[in-house]
Ligand binder design. Structure first.
Ligand SMILES: [Cu+2]
Length: 204
């Protein structure tokens, strides 16, 4: 019994040590060109070690409800399968012509049997062939370190190994022909807090 407890304590101490010495956190606030807070912006941290740590996430999905994609912006890691359950009674026809992933799921109701695998980093713009107003974005990332901003424009990245990263910010209003926001950032052990301003340009 005692040795089990000792083992548990050792594990606790090791986790604590990692939290104090190895991992870091980052707060990012994303603000548009007019000073407005931007929700649904994807903030990500990139490096060679981050790329090596990428694994597909499980159970990613974009549902269709009231002729709307939910969520409208879905960040995922490279290799992740996304399912597209149709919760409406009308049929949808989901497609992407984007280079990152070209696919279509022809007129369907219910949940398609196979998820769509997104194995190339980039942004796929999704539409519906029947309902022109429906639009969503899948942001495929070659890093496990990312977060989406909330309605107050805030994103929090936790448990990031200390080191040098390229911080990228993507927002749907960023014109496709312009590079998104990037910045080199050094994460020291312990919490870091930073506010940055993004200018995503004129909406398309
Ligand atoms: Cu539709």
């Amino acid at each position: 019994m005692r040795s089990v407890l000792q083992k548990l304590c050792l594990t606790c101490l090791l986790s604590l040590f990692t939290a104090l010495a190895g991992a870091s956190g980052l707060d990012v606030k994303v603000i548009g060109p007019g000073g407005q807070l931007l929700s649904d912006a994807v903030v990500s941290l990139h490096s060679d070690t981050a790329r090596a740590a990428v694994k597909p996430v499980s159970s990613a999905q974009i549902s269709q409800r009231n002729k709307t994609f939910i969520p409208q912006v879905l960040p995922i890691t490279q290799g992740t399968g996304v399912s597209f359950p149709n919760e409406d009674t009308v049929r949808h026809h989901v497609y992407s012509f984007s280079e990152t992933k070209r696919f279509e799921i022809k007129l369907y109701v219910g949940t398609p049997a196979q998820p769509v695998i997104f194995d190339t980093p980039g942004v796929a713009v999704l539409g519906c062939n029947i309902h022109d107003h429906m639009v969503a974005w899948v942001v495929v990332l070659d890093t496990p370190y990312f977060a989406t901003t909330d309605p107050t424009g805030q994103a929090r990245l936790d448990n990031i190994p200390a080191g040098r990263y390229e911080l990228r910010v993507w927002h749907k209003d960023t014109p496709a022909d312009q590079p998104g926001y990037t910045q080199t950032i050094d994460l020291e052990p312990g919490d870091t807090s930073q506010t940055l301003t993004v200018s995503p340009g004129a909406p398309r």
